[in-house]
Design a protein around this ligand. Structure first.
Ligand code: A2P
Length: 277
């Protein structure tokens, strides 16, 4: 057999992309980067379906792709795609995905969609990004997106996690934004000064403890940041976390007079569930 026939004998995954980097943060969290299909255009904040080929069917031997929705954590201008993922021990996809290595292939369906996009928000002055856990991913994209700073004077990112180690991906990204020469040049020093990072933990001691929902309700978030309470005239919000978190934040936004928006009808806040597998 020639090399060529050997190569042909191994079927490539459909919509295959190659893993270029993997970083593990905790036993529950990791991020990875893959090649970007040349034809893939997306708006920062959107998600795509990614996955691996499932196990062969016990009788037919057929393999079906195992796909889940993942927010793209990299910005629209990046030449690669980045993802931030949970590891679920018995999760059909993430139990396997957590073992990927540089050079491996994953499946990526190049059809980006989502509501955490600037187009779904009305103009405003201050934008809040509210995240829990891996819900930070779409904001990792939007924080690296120049449009965020063109549209808003102040960019507040809150991230609530169980413990300090789970904040690492977000904390590192924000530190890198402010220190990396390329990022500073691309986004501008004055723009980066608009970022207010507000990490909180719920199960381990850290400078700010508690669910961000509680800190909104009791006013501590606004007091700590030195900003006025939520005002639908100037404040906008994007929300990404668990279903319960999204529901609780939506209720707080609505109580403050903000209305939920969508691509078809922009509003004052938008929501997307953080995806797990
Ligand atoms: P808590 O520790 O009080 O449950 P998880 O790792 O389970 O996805 O949770 C991520 C973070 O989101 C945790 O700090 C968790 O707090 C917090 N959280 C979960 N549900 C809500 C909610 N409904 N409102 C605010 N924070 C929440």
């Amino acid at each position: 057999m020639t090399d060529e026939t050997t190569a042909r004998a191994v079927p490539a995954l459909p919509d295959a992309q190659t893993v270029t980097a993997v970083t593990h943060y905790t036993d529950r969290l990791f991020s990875f980067r893959v090649t970007r299909p040349a034809s893939l255009r997306f708006r920062s904040g959107e998600f795509v379906m990614i996955g691996l080929m499932g196990d062969p069917h016990p009788e037919t031997g057929k393999q079906k792709p195992l796909l889940r929705a993942y927010s793209i954590a990299s910005p629209s201008w990046d030449e690669e795609l980045e993802f931030y993922s949970i590891k679920v021990e018995d999760g059909p996809l993430t139990s396997r995905l957590q073992h990927i290595k540089v050079g491996d292939e994953i499946i990526l369906k190049p059809k980006p969609v989502g509501t955490l996009v600037h187009d779904a928000l009305l103009p405003g002055k201050r934008i809040y990004f509210f995240a829990t856990g891996t819900g930070f991913a779409p904001f990792a994209s939007l924080l690296r997106e120049p449009e965020t700073y063109e549209k808003f004077d102040e960019v507040i990112i809150t991230h609530t996690c169980r413990d300090v180690a789970e904040l690492t991906y977000g904390a590192d990204l924000i530190a890198e934004l402010k220190s990396d020469e390329m990022m500073v040049e691309l986004l501008g020093e004055e723009n980066l000064a608009k970022i207010r990072y507000y990490p909180t933990t719920t199960r381990e001691q850290s400078p700010t403890m508690g669910r961000v929902t509680t800190l909104i309700e009791n006013g501590r978030l606004f007091a700590d940041l030195g900003v006025p309470p939520l005002d639908p005239a100037v404040d906008r919000a994007m929300v990404c976390g668990s279903l319960e978190f999204n529901k609780d934040i939506a209720a707080l936004m609505e109580a403050a007079g903000l209305r939920e928006g969508a691509n078809s009808e922009p509003g004052e806040f938008v929501i997307e569930k953080a995806f797990v597998g």
